[in-house]
Design a binder for this molecule. Structure first.
Ligand SMILES: NC(=O)c1ccc[n+]([C@@H]2O[C@H](COP(=O)([O-])OP(=O)(O)OC[C@H]3O[C@@H](n4cnc5c(N)ncnc54)[C@H](OP(=O)(O)O)[C@@H]3O)[C@@H](O)[C@H]2O)c1
Length: 332
C-alpha cells in the first residue's frame, strides 16, 4: 500500500454533534490475528452518540475514533490470520475506529458481505445482528412459537430483532413512538406494533396473549419500563436489558420475579472478548447469513451521509425520526 495517511472522525470535545470533525493520521497496521479493511461504509449506532457525549468510553486499548461496524475490502492481514485474504469483501464488528478510511478488525469478527448486498447494506449488519443474536436467541433463548415484545422497534436494533424473531417463528409485538413507525414495523414482521405515546403496552400485550403476557422482552428503555416489563411477562418470562435510554436506577417491586419465576438478564457487546464475539460471528454465519444471502432478511437503511458529515448523521439519530440504520459512506 502506498498511501500512508487516512481521514477519520474523532470528537474534538465531548458534547454536541458539531464536535465531530475530520482528522488526518497514519493508517493503522494489523497486529497478530487482525486484518486491515479499506472501509467503503460504516454504520452509525446510538452507542456512538453516547461516546460522543462522554457517556460511553471506548474499552481499554481501543482507539478513540468512533464507529463500531464497517464494510469494505481487506488490504492487509496480520500474522496468524488464515481465514481471510487480501481482496476479500467483508463486514466487521469493531470495538472502535469505524468512522475512517481504514479500520483494523479482529479476524474472527469479520463476516463475508452477503450475496447481492451493497457495501452500505453490509455496513448496517454487524452491530445490530451480533447484539440481537446474542441477546434474543442466546441469552433470551427465544423459541419458535413463543411471544416476544421488542421495545424501540424502529431502531437499528429493533428492525433487526423484529425480522429475526419473526423469521425464526416467534409472534412479535413491538413498541414505537409514531403511527407511521407502527405501519413500518408491521410490514417488517411484527404482528402488532403499539404506539407507546397513545397506548399502555402492558394492557396491549396482555390482551394480545389472552391475558398470559409475553415469553421474552428485549428492552433498551429502562426507567419506568422495568416494572411494566415485569408485569407484561408471562410465567417463566425473560427480560433482556440492552440499554437504558431512561434511568437505570429505579424502585421496583421484585415480587413478580418470584411469583412468575422470571429471569432478568442483559449484556453489552463492546467489552466482550474477541473469542466471545467470534463465537457469535460463527453462529450468525451458520444460522443467519443464509437468510441474508437468500434476501429473506435485510438491514433497513434509512439514510446515508458522506464520512465527513458524521455530525449530520448524529443529529438525525438524535432526532429519533429515522427507521432502521444510518450509514456513513467513504469515498473510494
Ligand atoms: N447492549 C448492547 O450490546 C447494545 C448494542 C447496540 C446497541 N445497544 C442499545 O440499543 C439501543 C438501540 O440502538 P440503535 O443504534 O439501534 O438506536 P437508534 O436507531 O438510535 O434507535 C433508538 C430508538 O429508540 C426509541 N426510543 C424509545 N425511548 C426512547 C428514549 N427515551 N430516548 C430516545 N429514544 C427512545 C426511539 O424511537 P421511538 O421513540 O420513536 O420509538 C429511537 O429511534 C440503544 O439504546 C443502544 O445504546 C445496546
Amino acid at each position: 500500500m502506498t498511501k500512508q495517511n487516512m481521514t477519520f472522525i474523532k470528537t474534538r470535545a465531548y458534547g454536541p454533534a458539531e464536535g465531530l470533525i475530520p482528522n488526518t493520521g497514519p493508517i493503522p497496521e494489523p497486529g497478530c490475528g487482525e486484518v486491515l479493511i479499506q472501509v467503503s461504509a460504516a454504520g452509525v449506532n446510538r452507542p456512538d452518540v453516547l461516546q460522543r457525549t462522554g457517556n460511553y468510553p471506548p474499552p481499554p486499548g481501543a482507539s478513540d475514533v468512533l464507529g463500531l461496524e464497517v464494510a469494505g475490502t481487506i488490504v492487509a492481514v496480520g500474522e496468524a490470520v488464515s481465514d481471510w485474504q487480501i481482496g476479500d469483501q467483508v463486514c466487521a464488528l469493531v470495538a472502535s475506529g469505524g468512522y475512517a478510511e481504514y479500520c483494523i478488525a479482529p479476524a474472527p469478527q469479520c463476516l463475508p458481505v452477503p450475496k447481492n448486498f451493497s457495501m452500505v447494506e453490509a455496513a448496517g449488519l454487524p452491530e445490530t445482528f451480533f447484539t440481537v443474536w446474542t441477546n434474543v436467541f442466546e441469552r433470551g433463548k427465544l423459541q419458535k412459537g413463543e411471544t416476544v415484545l421488542i421495545h424501540g422497534g424502529s431502531s437499528g436494533i429493533g428492525t433487526t430483532a423484529i425480522q429475526l424473531a419473526h423469521v425464526f417463528g416467534a409472534r412479535v409485538f413491538t413498541t414505537v413512538g409514531t403511527d407511521a413507525k407502527c405501519v413500518f414495523c408491521e410490514h417488517l414482521g411484527a404482528e402488532k406494533a403499539i404506539n407507546y405515546r397513545e397506548k399502555n403496552f402492558v394492557a396491549e400485550v396482555k390482551s394480545l396473549t389472552g391475558g398470559q403476557g409475553v415469553d421474552l422482552i428485549l428492552d433498551m428503555v429502562g426507567g419506568p419500563y422495568i416494572e411494566k416489563n415485569m408485569d407484561a411477562l408471562a410465567m417463566e418470562g425473560r427480560l433482556v436489558q440492552i440499554a437504558f435510554l431512561q434511568e437505570s436506577r429505579v424502585s421496583v417491586d421484585f415480587l413478580p420475579i418470584m411469583v412468575k419465576r422470571l429471569t432478568l438478564t442483559g449484556s453489552t457487546l463492546r467489552p466482550r472478548t474477541v473469542e466471545q464475539k467470534g463465537s457469535i460471528a460463527k453462529a450468525l454465519r451458520e444460522k443467519v447469513w443464509p437468510l441474508l444471502d437468500a434476501g429473506t432478511v435485510k438491514p433497513i437503511i434509512h439514510a446515508t451521509f458522506p464520512l465527513e458529515q458524521a455530525a449530520d448523521a448524529h443529529r438525525l439519530m438524535e432526532s429519533s425520526t429515522h427507521i432502521g440504520k444510518i450509514i456513513l459512506e467513504v469515498k473510494p
